[in-house]
Design a protein around this ligand. Structure first.
Ligand code: NAD
Length: 510
């Protein structure tokens, strides 16, 4: 059921939440960056943006902090991240609510995002005692060869609006235990959540006692301020999350100065539903993957290939789910689908639907839902049956549109699956071992995430997160993603009384 949104005073609630979270009112009551909530479309705060000179000072301060922090033993650094996890546990309800206000996520997803922050802190605490290097067999007698991992420097984090807090924590928790300082440029669409995280971090640092000042800081502003991070010689690594367009600008700039990058860019994620699939399970996974977060996850399911033998058993049920799904305020209703972030997002969605219709698409849903607020953009998620994979199917439209296509041959479905620029997440629904293994194999899905009988979205922090091709190739969060935040040195120690050279080279100077 769709419910109008207009009963609560979101601005007042935001101020109360920020105060509880420890953000000083002076940080958001006046300034040149207007902050809006997509829930009502109203302005809820004004923030002062940082100038280029401010940003440079902040980076200098972070660099000084890094020089001290890198000398602190890693398990002790882990203690700071443990305290951060504790503070996040205490702040979970308030921060989750703030995420719902600023990004429009339904309550369980707002809270889920904070849970992800807590999880990565726990992971990083364990990691702080496991920053292992290898001992390597050497060809020279009386020698030992090993690798050591050292802190890198100031890590720049640029994040997108749709994960306003979790992306910072994936990067910050690892960067901090690895001995780095962090400077974060959040999306200009969700700066308040960043201020809240900064206040939460400050509490953890205070409890820790002697964390250097400036260890984790926030830069408020638009892409121009992000560019300062990208171009600063004092920032050896930038982890940038956002659109492929952004990555195309940021990637070459970083490469030009030989800085490292972790690029986490757009996705155009697909699923294949095979003849043997458990259709009840597939239906639920597809519904969450495609409609959850109003289609505004990088891992949202956007393309679905359904075998012709199960098409009529699945697609009408899916369409029913699309027509009946509840759309409404994440603050006042139990709706499953909240608002789009803003008007341009709505316009992109409508443009893509028009193009799909022109290319033979049959559309269910997609229309605006009137909530009585002119500046809030709620939509019915759209399911579009397409005759084949043509534009706009091949591009990511950051809105809840699922393109459904029928297939008859598995190889053809796999080919179409991989025939897009992005390579983030993918799923197959099958009970056939050969199909499942093929999908995960070398000539199966070409994505960074490939799942069996699970949707494309909702990854856990334990695995390395990221994708290939136009998704940028970066990996963050779990597994050995920490290695990107450190520099590796190979050390060879000679404890003999001779000086044998590698490869049997002789160079006798007498
Ligand atoms: P966006 O690219 O518009 O902005 C992302 C961030 O980059 C913002 O902080 C923005 O200010 C900054 N930015 C933009 N251009 C810049 C430049 N030239 N230099 C420095 N900074 C710059 O993205 P968005 O609309 O906020 O988010 C949606 C996009 O993010 C989608 O494409 C989505 O798939 C992607 N995304 C990817 C992941 C992932 O992990 N792969 C996660 C979340 C979102």
């Amino acid at each position: 059921m769709d419910t109008p949104v207009n009963k609560i005073d979101v601005k007042r609630e935001t101020a109360a939440l920020l105060e509880k979270l420890g953000v000083e009112a002076s940080a958001y009551i006046s300034g040149d960056l207007a902050s809006f909530t997509p829930v009502t479309g109203d302005q809820i705060a004004s923030l002062k943006t940082h100038s280029t000179a401010d940003a440079e000072k902040i980076i200098d301060k972070a660099d000084e902090a890094f020089r001290k922090w890198r000398l602190v033993p890693a398990p002790k650094r882990g203690e700071l991240v443990r305290l951060l996890g504790e503070e996040l546990r205490a702040a979970k309800a308030d921060l989750g609510r703030l995420v719902s206000i600023e990004a429009g996520k339904i309550p369980s997803e707002g809270l889920g995002e904070v849970q992800e922050m807590i999880d990565i802190c726990d992971f990083a605490v364990g990691l702080s005692r496991q920053l292992y290097g290898l001992t390597i067999a050497t060809e020279r007698p009386g020698h030992r060869m090993m690798e050591t991992w050292h802190p890198l420097g100031v890590v720049g984090v640029i994040s997108a609006f749709n994960f306003p807090v979790a992306v910072w924590s994936w990067n910050a928790a690892l960067a901090l235990v690895c001995g780095n300082a962090v400077v974060w440029k959040p999306s200009e669409k969700t700066p308040l959540a960043a201020l809240a995280c900064n206040a939460i971090f400050a509490r953890a640092a205070k409890k820790f006692g002697d964390a250097p000042e400036g260890l984790s800081q926030v830069l408020i502003g638009d892409r121009a301020i992000g560019e300062v991070l990208v171009d600063s010689p004092k920032v050896p690594l930038v982890s940038a999350t956002g659109s492929t367009r952004m990555g195309r600008e940021v990637g070459p700039r970083l490469a030009k100065r030989f800085a490292r990058s972790i690029l986490e860019l757009g996705g155009n994620n697909a699923g294949i539903v095979c003849p043997s699939a458990d259709l009840d399970m597939a239906l639920r996974a597809i519904a969450f993957g495609a409609m959850g977060t109003a289609g505004q996850r990088c891992t949202t399911l956007r393309r679905l290939f359904v075998h012709e033998s199960v098409y009529d058993a699945l697609v009408p049920r899916l369409k029913k789910a699309y027509t009946s799904v509840s759309v409404g305020s994440p603050l006042e209703t139990s709706a499953l689908v909240g608002p789009l972030i803003d008007k341009p997002a709505f316009e992109h969605m409508q443009k893509a639907l028009k193009e799909a219709a022109n290319n033979g698409g049959a559309i269910t849903g997609g229309e605006r839902v009137d909530t009585g607020q002119a500046n809030a953009y709620y939509v019915k998620p759209a399911l579009v049956e397409m005759p084949k994979q043509v534009a706009p199917v091949t591009e990511e439209t950051f809105a809840p549109i699922l393109y459904v296509m029928k297939y008859s041959d598995f190889d053809e479905a796999l080919r179409d699956h991989n025939a897009v620029g992005a390579g983030l997440s993918s799923s197959i629904f099958t009970l056939d071992l050969q199909e499942a293994e093929r999908f995960l194999s070398v000539d199966g899905s070409d994505c960074g995430i490939a799942n069996v009988n699970i949707g494309t979205s909702g990854a856990e922090i334990g695995g390395a997160f990221g994708g290939e091709k136009e998704t940028g190739g970066g990996r963050e969060s779990g597994s050995d993603a920490w290695k990107a935040y450190m520099r590796r040195a190979t050390n060879t120690v000679n404890y003999s009384k001779a000086l044998p050279l590698a490869q049997g080279v002789s160079f006798d100077i007498e």
